[in-house]
Design a protein around this ligand. Structure first.
Ligand SMILES: *Cc1c(COP(=O)(O)O)cnc(C)c1O
Length: 340
């Protein structure tokens, strides 16, 4: 497969061959994708015609723009970039310790806020950490701020995956604006399964108004940090949310949670100590032998690994993985290059 750029026009047949090869590889990889939070079970083909156009959402979606090929109406109520704003503005930062279960260490958080009273506290709370699916206790973080009489504070909830899970479970951990957050971000390519990376940031209107500027070139009132922004991304989100509906998402989430629990039980039944947090589809288990990583797309961390029971992850896949983790020698041995 030739994926380089030679500088001369390539015959279509050759381009097609290269694309077919890539598609084949991506399809195969998808069949062994069990460790990353990307939903692969949704058909986006109705959006194909939009790829013939440069749909660009430059500027604030709530104000008209001179560039008409946009999908701003599909973005409204949704807002990007608060996280970028916070990062850019916040030059000094402190990493807070975590507890063994992956949740923030509230004692350490309290100490750090107490000894840094001279600066505003901008807190990045996790609603579902990447490795262990832990959810920080937002009301408790608010309580610490109140107790220390910190008036200048901001809590951002990073809810990349769990932001689409917790609204659909019977007893969710508190993570919304009513629990004391100032903004929240949710990824579009995780549970929603968008085929290109995208996401949503929601915040309160006064936070947005502080960064707004008029930009004559594109005729927009700009509340964003970046220039061009995908106009296809909001269509992908809109399409998936409408296809599933709240009931569909609830079914999806309960199926995922049931499979996560199934995975925990299967691992444990085979003598591998596995666990997960409440309302989490991230199943943590002891890091398996290297051969297993060659067959499955799984993320390791130290002595652990995890799988994420996204909608395309079946019980058959879980059974096969558990089997591979307990009897890895039946797989092809690794080559010497792969050994390091
Ligand atoms: C995946 C993930 C991210 C990254 O989000 P992207 O939208 O993929 O950039 C951030 N935080 C958490 C907790 C995540 O799981």
């Amino acid at each position: 497969m030739n994926s380089g750029i030679s500088g001369v026009a390539t015959p279509m047949a050759e381009i097609q061959e290269t694309l077919d090869g890539l598609l084949c590889r991506i399809r195969e990889a998808g069949e062994k994708q069990i460790g990353y939070p990307a939903n692969q079970r949704i058909d986006y083909s109705p959006l194909f015609p939009f790829l013939d156009y440069s749909v660009n959402n430059i500027g604030d979606p709530f104000h008209a723009s001179n560039y008409w090929a946009n999908s701003h109406e599909f973005e409204q109520d949704t807002h990007y970039s608060v996280l970028k704003n916070v990062r850019v503005l916040n030059a000094r930062y402190i990493m807070i310790k975590r507890q063994e279960n992956g949740e923030i260490d509230y004692g350490d958080l309290r100490d750090m806020i107490r000894v840094n009273r001279d600066v505003p506290a901008v807190i990045m709370a996790n609603v579902g950490t990447t490795m262990r699916g832990a959810v920080d206790n937002i009301p408790q973080i608010r309580h610490i701020l109140d107790e220390l009489l910190v008036s200048n504070a901001y809590i951002h909830a990073d809810a990349a995956l769990s932001g689409m899970i917790l609204p659909f479970v019977p007893e969710p951990q508190a993570f919304g604006f009513d629990a004391g957050i100032d903004s929240i971000s949710v990824s579009g390519h995780k549970l929603i399964g968008a085929p290109a990376p995208c996401g949503v940031v929601l915040t309160k209107r006064p936070h947005v108004e502080r960064v707004g500027r008029a930009v004559e070139y594109v005729g927009v009132h700009d509340t964003t940090l970046s220039g061009s922004r995908s106009g296809i991304a909001p269509l992908m989100l809109w399409y998936a949310l409408n296809r599933y509906g709240d009931d569909g998402l609830q079914d999806l989430v309960s199926g995922m949670l049931e499979n996560a629990e199934y995975a925990v039980q299967q691992f444990n039944r085979h003598g591998l100590k596995a666990w997960r947090h409440r309302n989490s589809v991230t199943v943590v288990f002891p890091k398996p032998p290297r051969e297993v990583f060659r067959k499955w797309q799984i993320a390791p961390e130290g002595t652990e690994a995890h799988i994420i029971t996204m909608p395309h992850v079946t019980r058959e896949m879980i059974d096969e993985l558990v089997n591979d983790c307990t009897a890895p020698l039946e797989l092809d041995p690794v080559t010497s290059e792969e050994r390091d």
